[in-house]
Design a protein around this ligand. Structure first.
Ligand code: TNX
Length: 527
């Protein structure tokens, strides 16, 4: 009997020993629920499997290395993971070079031909105990999927599950795609100039929330911010002023291209805006023949609008614009040129229409599609052109009737430069105060009564810069509201709910703090 018990004891010991020699692969993760993750924008569909993936020093990222764009995305993911966790994950490492005690702990980013992923920017993210698989038909879509994965990495690491730290990612499956193909924000670099580095920081932040457009308002009465080689005084003279009398500034063409490339790496399209025929004091100050009001020209550093105009009946104005648009089109890979067209209060109506039609032809001649603020719908524009609705509902409806697509930027809801409330340090209030909940609680699909859904290209939240002049001030107005606009552009109305959103928003705090974002701590959110 004693012998029997002894042999059992030895057997148990042997089993235990073999377990200590060869560590068990299965880790007992704490209970996780993927559906409870603080993802913004909220994905279309989430299924939890109540298991988890341990992101750790042995995780390897693999991509379709045939396609360099996918491997660039893998590189991007690796860099972001390093910033978040300090882990330095290899990309497409060969099996021999991987020192990996659990070789199946890998992230795969692969191109898929699956027809269920054919919608633009549609991706699938599947997280299992030993692998993460991101599938998409295009690199842009895979990139959106990467953001979802990044958002699932917890702030705190777990030091007890293994002998090296793990970041526990809840398992399950996400299938996702955007509602609108155009999800943007605008930055006014004309009223106050923002440096290349400041613009890049903004681009990087909005990419995390799956925005895909940055519209740059490059010219206005107070400054001209983009080098035009054939008309150098635009920046030599027009670039030197800004609101409040500061030094202004401008982007050389190569700096602008640096911004375009940085955005393209994040699958964000840059849309350059040359605002005209109004909002052109800085241009006319540089080249006085452009001016149509006949008033003497002085540099302008105030914040009034609607006092300047090009001379719409002068041929030389159009040859000037042909040069400007040709040069800008040549350094802009995106399909659009924005011509402004707003608040031309000193341009006669018939001159305004004539101007918009002539400029549309120039934009198209240089291979681009025209976008303009909603006033352009008053002219006879071709159905390819796009109207950006900001103030006048009739213009949006007229555009849709004419077959034009409409971008929604209704000032009362989507203007990032409106104050949150009367205590806001920066911002204007002509369209009202926009609290963080009010910015979120509206449905772009039905907001403009009578505007058919098919006519809506998407939404854009403009950030005008009369009252802000650096990243910190800009972030105070943009964050957190721009995060809500990203959700409005991507998600479905059925998946949105303020009570649920505000909890997910509060959880963005660690990301915003880690990225040194001066966000407004709205009292409506429990940060
Ligand atoms: C209106 S929105 C403008 C801008 C101002 C903005 C300030 C639009 C097309 N024009 O010129 O900067 O209000 O909120």
């Amino acid at each position: 009997m004693k012998l029997f018990f002894n042999s059992i004891f030895v057997f148990v010991l042997l089993v235990l020993c073999s377990a200590c020699e060869k560590p068990k692969k299965k880790i007992q993760f704490p209970k996780t629920d993927l559906t409870k993750s603080a993802l913004i924008p909220v994905p279309l569909n989430i299924q939890a499997s109540y298991d988890a993936f341990g992101l750790g020093k042995n995780t390897v990222i693999y991509t379709d290395d045939q396609n360099t764009l996918y491997s660039k995305i893998g590189q991007f993911l690796s860099e972001k993971i390093r910033f978040r966790t300090t882990l330095s994950l290899p990309l497409n490492a060969s099996a021999e070079s991987v020192d990996n005690d659990s070789p199946e702990n890998s992230i795969y980013i692969v191109e898929s031909k699956d027809t269920s992923l054919s919608a633009s920017e549609s991706y699938e993210l599947e997280i299992k105990q030993d692998s993460i698989l991101i599938q998409a038909q295009t690199p842009a879509a895979a990139f959106r999927g990467i953001q979802t994965l990044l958002q699932l990495i917890p702030e705190k690491r777990n030091d007890t599950l293994k002998n090296s730290p793990l970041w526990v990612i809840p398992a399950g499956k996400i299938t996702d795609r955007p509602t609108f193909s155009y999800r943007g924000t605008m930055l006014d670099v004309a009223r106050h100039f923002f440096t290349v580095e400041e613009v890049k920081k903004y681009i990087d932040l909005i990419a995390y929330y799956k925005l895909n457009v940055l519209h740059l308002h490059l010219t206005d009465d107070q400054g001209w911010r983009i080098e035009v080689k054939s008309w150098p005084k635009l920046t030599e003279i027009g670039g030197k002023t800004e609101v409040g009398g500061g030094a202004g500034g401008f982007y050389t063409q190569s700096e602008y291209q640096e911004i375009v490339d940085y955005a393209a790496e994040r699958f964000i399209t840059i849309i350059p805006e040359i605002d005209m025929p109004g909002h052109t004091n800085a241009a006319s100050l540089s080249y006085p023949f452009l001016n149509g009001t006949g008033k003497p020209l002085k540099s302008y550093t105030g914040t009034r609008v609607g006092f300047s105009s090009f001379d719409t009946r002068k041929d030389t104005v159009y040859s000037f614009l042909d040069d400007v648009i040709r040069e800008i089109a040549a350094i802009t890979p995106g399909p659009y040129i924005h011509i402004g067209g707003d608040e031309s209060f000193v341009t006669k109506k018939r001159d305004y229409k004539y101007f918009v039609e002539k400029v549309e032809a120039i934009v198209q001649k240089h291979g681009k599609n025209m976008i303009g603020w909603d006033e352009i719908a008053e002219a006879k524009i071709s159905s390819q052109s796009i109207a950006q609705h900001w103030r006048t509902v009739e213009n949006a409806l007229m555009a849709a009737k004419n077959g034009n697509k409409v971008i929604l930027s209704p000032a009362k809801k989507a203007y990032l430069d409106m104050k949150y409330d009367s205590l806001s340090k920066y911002g204007l209030d002509w369209a009202g105060h926009i609290t963080v909940d009010s910015a979120y609680i509206w449905n772009p699909s039905t907001f403009v009564e009578g505007l058919p859904l098919e006519s809506i290209l998407g939404i854009e939240a403009p950030l005008w810069s009369e009252t802000i002049s650096n990243s910190s001030e800009m972030e105070y107005l943009a964050f957190p509201r721009v995060i809500g606009y990203a959700e409005l552009g991507w998600s479905t109305p059925e998946n949105r709910n303020w009570e649920d959103y505000k909890i997910r928003l509060a959880k963005q705090r660690s990301f915003l703090e880690k990225n040194d974002v001066n966000f407004y701590r709205s009292p409506l959110v429990e940060w």
